[in-house]
Design a protein around this ligand. Structure first.
Ligand code: PEP
Ligand code: MN
Length: 354
């Protein structure tokens, strides 16, 4: 599919180019007055545009996601995490916290540790999509209250999973980013509804979804006008059963080519066991991810969900210290964070990689 953007043209030329494209044949489709696609070949499209061809941006993509597609030279979109942090800029972003919100003490302890370690945002599920209906399903609205309290106490933005389209308003009042979990990546009514909001969305890759399926899922969000979308590689099902999921880090490099949306990695759900989490997080950073989302619990032995893969909050400092090196390997730095101790003045953020 060829995607055609007219945004470098003036208004009159845009209209002219749009007219020429649409006259070129039924395989041309308009998404906005400035964004078109064609299943025809490049030469036909260029011929239809005539003398306007030079001022038009074209990109070839394998499937139908014109709004998510990256044009040559296009910068990665920056997505807000609360008021002060973004994902997709020069800095690498770390989101950490428990799999699920369990009680006030657990959540506040986790939040304080995440801030003190210098991470950028807090995670915690109030609604848990569990495989087994008898497993802990999350605290629901009470969990959202605790997340809001943790946000208030630390100033950290909060990421939490939405599982039901009816919860959008309530969640929007309590958290900063809505996570769409792997099991809901293809829940199109939910994606449509979130596309109508302007709330940042963290879209996780489905357990057996191809990258193009993930990008077309993101397109549902973008098509509603919501451009605040972060993609998350969290491991996929393969024949290998030695760990929970196969972390597909090649996906980071492919998504980087195909889309302008920022890409983060969840090492925890792929790892399945605590001691594998930091190595996978470092690999994700070195592979060029824009950030990570890591499960971390003050006392993993008491965690009600995903206990085996929880990184004790006491190890978050080690994670952050080692990430400094891994992000430098990818030519990046850790993003500034409210809780990060000031550097000693010799090495400033950015200098490490220049
Ligand atoms: C989670 O983040 O706790 C979670 C359920 O993740 P996923 O949707 O990737 O399984
Ligand atoms: Mn989990």
């Amino acid at each position: 599919m060829l995607v055609i953007a007219l945004d470098a043209l003036g208004a009159a030329q845009q209209q002219e180019a749009a007219g020429r494209l649409l006259a070129a044949g039924p395989q041309v489709r308009a998404y906005t007055p400035r964004l078109f696609s064609s299943s025809g070949d490049r030469a036909t499209v260029l011929a239809a545009l005539g003398d306007l061809a030079d001022a038009v941006r074209l990109t070839d993509i394998p499937a139908a996601y014109p709004r998510a597609a990256r044009f040559a030279g296009q910068a990665t979109t920056q997505v807000r995490l609360g008021a002060d942090t973004t994902v997709g800029g020069a800095g690498f972003t770390v989101i950490a916290g428990p799999c699920s919100v369990e009680d006030r003490e657990q959540m506040l302890q986790a939040a304080t540790a995440v801030r003190e370690a210098g991470a950028h945002a807090l995670r915690g599920g109030a609604y848990k999509p569990r495989t087994n209906p008898y497993s802990f399903q999350g605290l629901g609205p009470a969990g959202l209250e605790l997340l809001a309290e943790a946000r208030e106490a630390t100033g950290l933005p909060v990421v939490s999973e939405i599982v039901d389209v009816r919860d959008v308003e309530r969640m929007a009042a309590h958290v900063d980013v809505l996570q769409v979990g792997a099991r809901n990546m293809q829940n199109y009514p939910l994606l449509r509804e979130l596309g109508r909001t302007r709330l940042p969305v963290l879209l996780k890759r489905g357990l057996a979804a191809t990258l193009d399926e993930m990008l077309t899922a993101a397109e549902y969000l973008l098509d509603g006008g919501n451009e605040q979308v972060v993609l998350c590689e969290r491991g996929i099902r393969t024949f290998e059963s030695s760990y929970r999921f196969t972390l597909d880090l090649a996906a980071v490099t492919v998504l980087r080519e195909r889309t302008h949306l920022p890409v983060i990695v969840d090492p925890s759900h792929a790892a399945g066991l605590t001691d594998r989490v930091i190595p996978l997080a470092l690999a994700a950073a070195a592979a060029g991810a824009d950030g990570i989302i890591v499960e971390s619990h003050p006392d993993p032995s008491r965690a009600l969900c995903d206990a085996a893969q929880a990184l004790p909050t006491s190890r978050l400092g080690e994670l952050m210290a080692r990430l400094e090196f891994a992000v430098a390997a990818a030519g990046r730095v850790l993003a500034d964070a409210p809780g990060r101790p000031a550097r000693d003045g010799l090495v400033l953020a950015g200098d490490a990689v220049r």
